[in-house]
Write a protein of this length. Structure first.
Length: 247
């Protein structure tokens, strides 16, 4: 089947395209780099011709609250309209485990709006909720750094390898729409402090990592288990220790 991957040249999207093509599907990468802009609508009608499935793993170029909300509103509006016109029968979107519990943060408010628009669109859909990617540990640490100290919230996290997320997205794309949420997470659970400490150590980063009872996660105050998936989550095969040892 023809599967159009919005954000198909990025970290997750490129892996999804590769995996789908390996399994005999016609996966097409769509992004501003390939002449497709979901915010303006440029190129959407042409790339969706003959497509059965659209996978949206795109992300806002800015995480500023107003900008990210505008990105997901405009992009999702244009994408869903173009899908309806093209006869697309399955919309797959990548989102975040705990989005509904992270609503103090502007980014997750925007992701919730995206999810609500998809649910209300009438297009059969599947939303893949993933936990934090291994690859973004340093970015997460940077966001919580003051001087040489990284202060993180006292919460648990079950991070996942981006390749395992891409595999789950690909499986979902070629399956029957669930009209609901599929969760994917890594095989191991850490405290956020332990995860960040291990990630920095793997890169010989000397920063000190501490738990701050008042610490936030991308601007949101969380309960200990808010970032953990439910019991039916698909678990990736890649352990963080194995992945980090190869970096």
């Amino acid at each position: 089947m023809k599967v159009v991957v919005i954000g198909g040249t990025g970290l997750i999207g490129s892996k999804v395209v590769s995996k789908l093509n390996e399994h005999g599907h016609e996966a097409v990468a769509a992004s501003p780099n390939t002449g497709v802009n979901t915010v303006t609508g440029e190129g959407l009608a042409d790339v969706l011709k003959g497509a059965s499935v659209v996978v949206d793993v795109s992300n806002s170029p800015s995480f500023e609250d107003d900008a990210v909300m505008e990105f997901f509103r405009a992009s999702t509006t244009n994408l869903l309209a173009a899908e309806a016109a093209a006869g697309v029968t399955h919309h797959v979107a990548l989102s975040v485990v705990g989005t509904d519990r992270l609503q103090q943060a502007g980014y997750f408010q925007a992701k919730q709006v995206q999810e609500d628009m998809i649910r209300d669109s009438g297009v059969p859909y599947s939303i893949v909720h993933a936990t934090q990617f291994f690859e973004f540990a340093k970015t997460l640490a940077d966001s919580a750094t003051s001087g040489d100290t990284v202060s993180v919230a006292p919460i648990k996290i079950q991070p996942v390898f981006s390749g395992d997320v891409a595999a789950a997205v690909g499986r979902t794309a070629v399956g029957t729409p669930v009209n609901g949420i599929v969760e994917v997470a890594g095989p191991d659970t850490f405290t956020l402090e332990d995860f960040i400490r291990k990630a920095l150590a793997a890169h010989n980063d000397p920063r000190t990592v501490v738990t701050d009872p008042k610490g936030l996660y991308w601007g949101a105050a969380l309960k200990e288990s808010d970032l953990l998936p439910g019991p039916d989550a698909q678990l990736g095969e890649t352990h963080f220790a194995d992945w980090s040892s190869k970096q």
